[in-house]
Design a protein around this ligand. Sequence first.
Ligand SMILES: [Zn+2]
Length: 146
Amino acid sequence: MTGAIIALTVKNPVLAVPLSFISHFAQDLVPHFDHFAGVNDEHLFERKFNISLVTDFLLSITLMIVLAILFPAHKWLIWSCMVAAACPDLASSYYHLYIERIKKQKPKYDLLTKFHYSLQWSATPRGVIVEIAWAIAGIFTILSMR
Ligand SMILES: [Zn+2]
């Protein structure tokens, strides 16, 4: 959502895509929901956890489709910014899903991921309240840009 707002506000891909990537870290400083927060390793990728991940993924794809319909001239920039904004969490998925779960190894995080995790002072299930408030504000912001 934030990546899309940056795309529609900045409109210059040279600035918008890196800003979207950086925005992820700024947003992680705000209390938020995290799929991995409060989940013990043995419960990672169990049914409830997987439903949460798949729901998040489907909501993101739905948002990408809706935004492409609303802003066809800017869809590639919107999509690029959305993916850039999600990249730090995609790296987390790589470590948790591929390295820990599939390869059954203890991950050695890269510097950027270490920095990313250092910002997670308040990633909890209750953070979903902040996420819902941000989603509502974001929807109204995006609709006002039409
Ligand atoms: Zn993050």
